[in-house]
Design a binder for this molecule. Structure first.
Ligand SMILES: [Mg+2]
Ligand SMILES: [Zn+2]
Length: 262
């Protein structure tokens, strides 16, 4: 908490890291569609994409640290090196993030889902509020995620360096990194009483933690051909919800629109 308040004092906060939720009237009939960001909304991993701004050798050295130090530490070192050694500021980092391509059909399905009065969309991501905010602004869709954006808070310091902080410090869940347990976010949202049903869309193993918190009436949508899909033979029985697979936004649209209308 100390770090977060210090960051906010020093810097301009770009996107609330837990915004939205308290603004909505409780209703027992709403559906929450919770969506991961990297490789689910955008094709690439945003942290790896930004690390490509570094010289190849330095990028590879930092990538080698990921298994030991984790993704948050990785991106912190990348952003520090970009700003300190290569004079790359937040505007250039933002431009790199804005250039990330959407998964085909994803913008369309997100816009269609958001038009439904009974649906709230939210993002649950181990990226950060600066990257996600930049990308959503590039497509003018930041207002569609009325359910909130649950991610690591980030801010731009006066110097122009982007600083990313942990969403939380947790030791309860070993499926997730210490800075963000997606399952705990989902549990809090499910227990809020706002939603009759939760649909969760994701591609990787920390999405599994969120999906494990879903109940029978809920739906997990796993991206085919990606990390989590490959592990479903081993983990499928751990899920109480119904499970579907999708490859792109077009398939997701076909899958979800009848469920939302029904
Ligand atoms: Mg992902
Ligand atoms: Zn977890």
């Amino acid at each position: 908490m100390f770090l977060i308040s210090r960051c906010f004092r020093l810097s301009r906060c770009l996107l609330g890291f837990r915004r939205g939720v308290s603004e909505f009237t409780p209703s027992g009939h709403r559906t929450l569609v919770a969506i991961d960001f990297d490789k689910t909304i955008v094709e690439q991993d945003s942290y790896l994409a930004v690390s490509e701004l570094l010289p190849t050798r330095q990028r590879k050295e930092l990538q080698d640290l990921i298994p030991k130090c984790g993704w948050l530490s990785f991106i912190s070192r990348v952003l520090q090196a970009l700003h300190g050694e290569h004079k790359v500021n937040s505007a250039s980092v933002g431009l790199r993030v804005r250039s990330l391509r959407a998964v085909p059909g994803m913008l369309r399905v997100v816009r269609r889902l958001a038009r439904n009065q009974e649906v709230d969309l939210c993002i649950v991501s181990d990226s950060n509020s600066f990257f996600i905010g930049e990308w959503l602004q590039a497509y003018s869709i930041e207002c569609l995620f009325a359910g909130g954006v649950f991610t690591n808070p980030a801010c731009v310091q006066r110097s122009g360096e982007v600083l990313v902080l942990p969403y939380q410090e947790q030791t309860d869940c070993n499926l997730c990194p210490s800075n963000l347990c997606k399952g705990s976010v989902l549990e809090e949202l499910s227990c809020s009483g706002r939603y009759e049903r939760v649909i969760y869309v994701g591609d990787s193993c920390n999405d599994l933690c969120a999906m494990k918190r879903l109940q029978e009436k809920d739906v997990a949508c796993i991206r085919r051909g990606f990390e989590l899909h490959e592990k479903m033979a081993a983990h499928g029985q751990e899920l109480a919800c119904s499970v579907h697979t999708w490859r792109d936004g077009h398939e997701l649209e076909e899958l979800l629109m009848p469920k939302i209308v029904a």
